[in-house]
Write a protein that binds this ligand. Structure first.
Ligand SMILES: *Cc1c(COP(=O)(O)O)cnc(C)c1O
Length: 340
């Protein structure tokens, strides 16, 4: 297992800045307060009380609408009138499309031409314009940035933005209100680091004893790489199984928080993600996407590594946007592992 522990010597001024933004974020115009739910079977298996923060139950089936809405709502009337652009084939695209429709803002989402129809439809059905361009994500992103130049529209980043981070941080505000009793650690899936930065800022300001543990896929562990190097690094390649978190470089705003306030980063394999999807299913009868199961996979590894018992551990179930076809692969990997 790969871990990394940061010392707590930093000033809390930056945290306070974000806590204020989080408290003022009007995300409930669109997002819902999701349950923090007991996972009895998983808790019994691990000898710790495990609670699931059910962000897979949001409209669009992931927490991304929190950040997207908080970003769009803060735009000036002129910026709102000119519209927004983003590049994404995933949960951020759906979040921006829905938030834009809610606010009456015109949204254009650039996606690689290889994007499955289902996801293109997901954007169009929410009233946004899908622009298909290029064979991969970097080429779609380049096109989006070029459109920003020529159109005067505002670019909506998926994670590297203070308003997006503050929107995602509202997840932590709910967790601390929902769990006022014992709380030892919160496990957070990491892609570009927006979600964990918002959660860490809020929790470390108010309850600094609570450990913040990032969980990354072994094939895209850009936060761990940055923590080890002491600076943001670009991963030479990225595995796409956990597509919601397949990011090559952690965001600059997020890393500014994470470098001082994230206690530990755990990485998990794709097989461990498949097992976690089943464990979540056993307790909830809900299916999460691979990135959505990162935190539960991380809890399991953390308990095995540190040998903790009787603790209260929260895992953020971040999303449920899995293609139905992919379930076959997930189920097969679970069977193959249990045969070992
Ligand atoms: C975007 C996303 C994440 C990671 O969020 P970041 O802010 O990029 O770290 C985790 N899980 C799901 C399902 C996501 O869509």
């Amino acid at each position: 297992m790969s871990t990394c522990t940061a010392p707590h010597t930093a000033e809390t001024g930056l945290l306070e800045h974000y806590v204020k933004k989080i408290l003022a974020a009007p995300v409930y115009d669109l997002a819902v307060r999701t349950p923090l739910q007991a996972a009895p079977a998983l808790s019994a298996l691990l000898g710790n009380q495990v609670l699931l923060k059910r962000e897979d139950l949001q409209p669009t089936f992931s927490f991304k609408i929190r950040g997207a809405y908080n970003k769009l709502v803060q735009l000036t009337p002129e910026q709102k009138a000119r519209g927004v652009i983003t590049a994404s084939a995933g949960n951020h695209a759906q979040g921006v499309a829905l938030a834009a429709r809610e606010l009456g803002i015109k949204a254009r989402i650039v996606m690689p031409s290889t994007t499955p129809d289902l996801k293109v439809q997901g954007v169009c059905s929410r009233g946004a314009e899908a622009v298909l361009h290029g064979q991969n994500f970097p080429s779609a992103l380049a096109h989006a940035l070029q459109l920003v130049e020529t159109s005067g529209c505002t670019f909506v980043p998926p994670f590297d933005d203070p308003d997006v981070i503050a929107g995602q941080g509202t997840v932590a505000m709910e967790i601390l209100r929902q769990q006022q009793g014992p709380l030892d650690a919160i496990f957070v899936p990491v892609g570009g680091g927006g979600l964990i930065a918002g959660i860490a800022a809020y929790v470390k300001y108010l309850r600094p004893q609570v450990r913040i543990v990032g969980v990354e896929s072994q094939g895209s562990s850009c936060l761990l790489a940055a923590m080890r190097a002491g600076e943001r690094v670009v991963l030479p390649s990225v595995d796409g199984f956990a597509d919601g978190t397949a990011v090559a470089q952690v965001g600059a705003y997020g890393f500014e928080i994470c470098r001082d306030w994230v206690d530990e980063v755990i990485t998990v394999s794709n097989d461990e993600l498949c097992s976690a999807i089943k464990l979540i299913y056993d307790d909830t009868r809900s299916i999460t996407e691979p990135s959505g199961a990162l935190a539960v996979a991380g809890v399991r590894k953390y308990v095995a590594h540190h040998g903790v018992q009787g603790q209260t551990l929260v895992a953020v179930n971040s999303g449920a946007n899995i293609n139905f076809d992919s379930l076959r692969y997930v189920a097969e990997r679970v069977v193959a592992q249990s045969a070992l």
